[in-house]
Design a protein around this ligand. Sequence first.
Ligand code: ATR
Length: 279
Amino acid sequence: MSRYALFGQSVAKSPSPQIHTAFARQTGIPMEYVGIDVAPEALDAALDAFVAGGGRGANVTVPHKEAAFARCAQLSERARLAGAVNTLRLDEGQWYGDNTDGAGLVRDLTGRHGLDLRGRRTLLLGAGGAARGVAPALLDAGVRELVIVNRSPERADALADALGQPGRAHTRYWEDLADIGDFELVINATSAGRHGSAPLSLPFALCSDMTAAVDLNYGDVAIPFLAWARTARLRTIVDGLGMLVEQAAESFERWHGVRPQTDAVYAELRKGAPEPATA
Ligand code: ATR
């Protein structure tokens, strides 16, 4: 039985073990997948112990995505652009790092929710690991313009620079949110509200009849942004649960060469996290 794991902090409640166990059963691949809680300073030792115990691949979540990136001998192009890794695979004793968050988001939005991303004027709120993971995939999916707005402007500038498409991906200041027009896609990639911090306060001027609102978070952390989107009477409101399942499927495929079906496990998880109501 090959061993896989999720490395993070407070991963006890993560649905990832449930998702991967369902994929393994469905595809008939014998694997074990467990959550491993580890403090940042203990990550290196924990990864070494995992390999010594037969670990073959892992997912990495907050706050370890950048540290995992630094551990990798090889990286996918999308991981390099993101500067963050959420998927590790052991190749000949060395870590290969990938980032499946962006592909997971795009697959959820286009496949499950039927959104055509092409041509959309898109607002990306945040410039941390989550934002960097999804930004390249949004550009690849054909959004017309990607406006990156972050509380600390230098992080937004660094992300825009890394993306290297100044005509399409550029930054504005958080203070300008009320004056930068409306968007066809608004994505919350901040962690506001995650550690008891205040939720975002966003102007409704960002929305039109056409706006779709997407929170990369799910569960309690996503509630304030989704409530804002409901108050704006948006027709399409999406939380991060589908992205979670799709990035897992993409990781699973990296490890086993087989793409699992995601609908059944998504439906199962959705029972415990009601669909964001749409206006
Ligand atoms: P993650 O991996 O989840 O992206 P992160 O790298 O710590 O975590 O990034 C958190 C993001 O949420 C950052 O963009 C952060 O803004 P700063 O770069 O200015 O810190 C953003 N964020 C967190 N709390 C916020 C708040 N209350 N309002 C606005 N942005 C917030």
